[in-house]
Design a protein around this ligand. Structure first.
Ligand SMILES: CSC[C@H]1O[C@H](OP(=O)(O)O)[C@H](O)[C@@H]1O
Ligand SMILES: Nc1ncnc2[nH]cnc12
Length: 301
């Protein structure tokens, strides 16, 4: 049972090359059980800059989970159940543009879905139908704070916006695909922003991404094509920049965000309460309970 005093405010999901956050103090590991299965790993809960933070490595701490199988629903649900209201997602990405160089940081403002396999993209797949707005897939307020924190805390070039192409993987793109994405005007490519961003919106979390450019994918004649070992090597050199950005962000974060993200379900649940079986109401209490409460009690049968 989470109490007021140990409620966690901020979640951080670490991607390739970011498997822990040494800056956290007063740390404990929490294993959370969710209706959507087990999260990627135990959550590491600690303090940073006076804020309670939960850290979760997306692929597991030894990087054993392939992008398609990342249990994104369990991850987001577990963070929400600890009290998280703001979620930062760190990821390694390939660059689709000359001016986005390896070592640069990007806070994406858009995403294009090129996933195609077995990813569970909604919490609401039974009894309750929910259509959340997703025109702005990232929280603009949190994205700007994150970019500003990265500029303060690192020497890296920080790009304030960009479109993230989320491909399925695990194989990297063909050159023809990479050129296609470039012709579409997409900026960076990775395998994990979706469905994470969609689920964060359904969970009414502010969500922003810190993308570390690790390579030029496979379109640039002057550089080697992307490889997993190359990505890992660039991340070894640059994970300190990601960590410094996170620390600076936490120092400047409002623990009581007032964005629209925090109320995304208010206009999104289309199924009336009296059509939802009791068991489903219970299962969805964490995510929609307060919206159902606002509708008043269901009519007596
Ligand atoms: C190790 S290269 C490909 C791998 O790196 C990215 O991971 P993440 O987004 O979790 O940082 C990419 O999405 C792939 O999963
Ligand atoms: N080029 C690339 N394609 C997909 N995911 C990546 N992660 C890092 N670099 C990548």
């Amino acid at each position: 049972m989470t109490t007021e005093s140990d409620a966690v405010e901020v979640g951080i999901i670490g991607g390739s090359g970011l498997y822990d956050l040494e800056a956290l103090t007063d740390v404990r590991e929490v294993r959370v059980v969710t209706p959507y299965g087990d999260p990627s790993d135990a959550l590491v809960v600690g303090s940073l800059g006076g804020i309670r933070v939960a850290f979760l490595p997306r692929h597991g701490r030894r990087h054993q989970i392939v992008p398609t199988n990342v249990p994104a629903r369990a991850n987001v649900y577990a963070l929400k159940s600890l009290g998280v209201r703001q979620l930062i997602s760190v990821s390694a990405v390939g660059s689709l543009r000359e001016e986005l160089r390896p070592g640069d940081l990007v806070t994406p403002d858009q995403v294009v879905d090129r996933t195609r396999n077995r990813r569970e993209t909604t919490f609401f797949d039974e009894d309750i139908v929910v259509h959340v707005p997703f025109g702005e897939p990232f929280c603009g307020r949190l994205r700007e704070l994150l970019g500003a924190a990265a500029r303060r805390a690192t020497d890296a070039v920080v790009h304030a916006s960009g479109t993230y192409c989320c491909m399925e993987g695990p194989q990297f793109s063909t050159r023809a695909e990479s050129e296609l994405y470039r012709s579409w005007g997409l900026d960076v490519i990775g395998m994990t922003a979706l469905p994470e961003a969609k689920l964060a919106r359904e969970a009414e979390l502010c969500y922003a991404g810190l993308a570390l450019v690790t390579d030029y994918d496979c379109w640039r004649a002057e550089t080697d094509d992307v490889s997993a070992s190359g990505v890992a090597e660039v991340m070894r050199r640059n994970s300190a920049a990601a960590k410094a950005s996170l620390v600076a962000l936490l120092e400047s974060l409002d623990p009581e965000p007032k964005c629209a993200c925090q109320n995304a379900l208010a206009t999104s649940v289309i199924t009336p309460l009296d059509a939802v079986p009791q068991a489903s109401r219970e299962r969805n209490r964490l995510l929609v309970g307060r919206h159902f409460a606002a509708q008043g009690p269901p009519p007596a049968a």
